[in-house]
Ligand binder design. Structure first.
Ligand code: FPP
Length: 251
């Protein structure tokens, strides 16, 4: 049986909003772990560790308010440029978090999916992601896209390359390529368009996260470092989202 999310520790419940004001898909750049740790005289890795609770509280809050899909930017194709120690930590950390949280996500009815490039990614991380995908494949409450070794340009280039190969093999006609067909070649073809794009830490950029899927996303930048985030920050961002007038190019 699907478990209900634990209530927020202060007993706070989500704001009452009309169903159509709730974003279906929320993309999250979990930024500010390093600064959070530095402010406390701790190593950067302590900031990442503190970020785990933030992500899983946000997931529970997302279920409570009715969000159906979350994409979390856990490691980017550019994060390989960090120090070897931090890269090693982030790889091991991602692997351990996925293993540690798998059963809890399954109990909540969360479907976990990996989005990203296999190249360079540790085999042990891929194994954990695939185990979590298999275990949670039938769940329907919320889809959690774990974006590990993900890069927006890498995703588009890989899609273009696979599509070019299909054109060469005669499986696809070059003049029949549409946006819909192209999207089938992306890392996760069934991912829906992003409605709300959130970034913590006050930085205002998208950093190569889901460019194809976010062309009409509403951007909300939160002035709080990721380890200090909990579901209330998500709910505030959704209240802001609910006030936006989304026109999708129409007048
Ligand atoms: C940005 O903080 C965060 C990342 C590079 C991604 C890693 C995110 C986490 C570990 C959060 C929780 C994730 C999981 C999988 C539970 P930063 O290091 O860029 O911070 P800074 O901008 O303050 O230096």
């Amino acid at each position: 049986m699907t478990k209900k999310p634990n209530p927020h520790r202060a007993g706070i419940t989500p704001p009452k909003l009309a169903k159509e004001s709730i974003p279906n898909h929320v993309a999250i750049v979990m930024d500010g772990n390093g600064r959070w740790a530095k402010e406390r005289g701790l190593p950067r890795t302590a900031g990442h560790e503190a970020g785990e609770a933030a992500l899983f509280d946000v997931i529970e809050g997302a279920i409570e308010i009715g969000v159906k899909e979350i994409s979390a930017y856990a490691f980017s194709t550019e994060n390989w440029r960090r120090s070897p120690e931090e890269v090693k930590f982030l790889m091991g950390f991602n692997r351990d978090v996925i293993r540690r949280r798998r059963d809890e996500m399954n109990a909540l009815g969360v479907k976990v999916r990996w989005v990203g490039r296999p190249k360079r990614l540790w085999a042990s991380v891929i194994n954990e992601l695939e185990e979590a995908e298999d275990l949670t494949a039938k769940n329907k409450v919320l889809t959690l896209n774990m974006c590990v070794n993900y890069g927006g340009r890498a995703e588009i280039v890989d899609a273009a390359s696979a599509l070019a190969l299909d054109v060469k093999r005669g499986k696809v006609k070059a003049d029949a390529i549409t946006e819909k067909l192209f999207a089938k070649y992306l890392d996760q073809p069934t991912m829906s368009d992003v409605d709300l794009f959130l970034r913590s830490s006050g930085e205002m950029r998208t950093s190569n996260f889901l460019p194809w899927q976010s062309v009409y996303a509403e951007m909300v930048f939160m002035d709080v470092l990721w380890p200090d985030v909990d579901r209330r920050v998500l709910w505030r961002a959704i209240e802001e989202y609910a006030k936006r007038d989304r026109r999708f190019g129409k007048a």
